[in-house]
Design a protein around this ligand. Structure first.
Ligand code: FE2
Length: 396
């Protein structure tokens, strides 16, 4: 396949992208050509934080009336007990993956709740990962109730990793005590080292300014000289930190090279629920972290589940929300914000060959604009290329 007249972003150069054998290659034949008309063609999106096991379960019996994280977890527990099975999960997950793919996502890192004694969702997701080859799927074993709130939790987490989960998850702010939270950070590194896995955590997803597990996560990576990748999802407590402490911890995150994944849609909805007015915005400090060269990516987190009654499968929606909530509406942040879905996200996912160069992955999104801001402003008319094959046309 050849994509002619493609405008690079960043770079703003007009090039022909030749794809052969699924990769960018000089040797591609002229058999199938798409003319991008000098519009921007970006390497595909990566969705770094989503819960595929709970997508599309929203129903009149699963309404989160308080809008809190906690009520969402209780409703999800009910669903797992009475309704979850491999067949219905398979249908929901495939629907979500198709949706994500149609919006230009060809890499997905999903959390899977591993507090279920049968690990039903995990086993089915591992099967789907092998079958659904249009998306590269990574699975994070997510201890929804922490590692130490029940004696079974650690056993199930380790079992999930042995069965084939890619990343070790953790949620220190959901442990019963501060001590258990710290212990869970150490245990995540122990497991990751034992099984040669990466770490992908829910960290400080609370409004509580005393929730400071991110500093332990960062320091422990440095202390152990941990060579895998570490992602910290949410970090919403940072919104409530005093400025001096936030500055200290952001520098530590930068030094430790922790990837940060903000989920602006969900956290604008869930945070501030214990406030009256004035009410906090509730997403992490994206702008300040970008200033300190932290690798920040964005996630969608939820699609129609007890935590979020919406969700489109389009990463541009998360970006749109981040631009407003932070806000990031002035240069250079606005123009460069797309990188949080492209280069930053691919780097956090662990992609080595990403971009327009020889040998890079042949996954691209052809847009209909020459202005990077308009990609998020209008979010329409896109062609999605997977390994040199046109997989979908959006809104055509
Ligand atoms: Fe999450």
């Amino acid at each position: 396949m050849i994509i002619k007249n493609a405008r690079t972003f960043p770079g703003n150069n007009i090039i022909d992208i030749r794809i052969d054998g699924g990769k960018v290659s000089k040797d591609a034949s002229d058999s199938f050509t798409v003319d991008a008309g000098k519009n921007i063609v970006i390497p595909s999106f990566s969705e770094l934080h989503i819960h595929l096991d709970s997508v599309f379960i929203m129903s009149p019996t699963l309404i989160n009336r308080s809008g809190t994280l906690e009520e969402g977890i209780a409703l999800w527990d009910e669903y797992k007990k009475h309704s979850l099975n491999a067949d219905e999960l398979n249908i929901r997950v495939r629907k979500a993956l198709e949706l994500l793919l149609s919006n230009g996502v060809t890499r997905v890192r999903t959390n899977v709740d591993v507090s279920d004694p049968d690990l039903t969702a995990l086993k089915e997701l591992i099967r789907i990962k092998k079958e659904f080859t249009d998306i590269d799927l990574q699975i994070t074993a997510f201890p929804q109730h922490g590692m130490y709130t029940d004696k079974m939790n650690m056993e199930l987490l380790e079992r999930a990793i042995e069965l084939g989960a890619d990343n070790v998850g953790l949620a220190p702010h959901l442990e019963d005590t501060f001590e258990d939270g710290i212990k869970s950070v150490k245990s995540a590194y122990d497991l990751a080292e034992k099984y040669h896995k990466n770490i992908d955590g829910h960290i400080d997803e609370t409004d509580d300014p005393e929730s400071r597990f991110i500093e332990y996560l960062a320091k422990e990576k440095i202390r152990r000289n941990f060579t895998g990748s570490v992602a910290a999802g949410h970090l919403t407590a940072m919104h409530s930190y005093n400025n001096q402490y936030a500055n200290k911890v952001i520098k530590l995150i930068s030094r430790a090279k922790i990837n940060v994944v903000s989920n602006p849609l969900i956290n604008m909805h869930l945070q501030g629920r214990y406030d009256s007015y004035p009410r906090i915005r509730g997403i992490t400090r994206i702008k300040e972290m970008l200033d300190y060269k932290v690798n920040v990516a964005l996630g969608e987190d939820c699609i129609m589940d007890p935590w979020y009654p919406m969700g489109s499968g389009d990463p541009l929606d998360a970006l749109f929300m981040a631009l407003h909530a932070e806000p990031l509406m002035a240069p250079p942040y606005l123009e460069n914000s797309m990188n949080m879905l492209t280069y930053n996200a691919a780097s956090a996912f662990g992609v080595r060959n990403y971009g327009y160069s020889e040998g890079d992955e042949g996954d691209f999104i052809i847009t209909d604009t020459q202005n990077p801001v308009e990609i998020v402003q209008y979010r329409h008319k896109r062609l999605v290329v997977r390994r040199g094959r046109l997989v979908n046309e959006v809104n055509k």
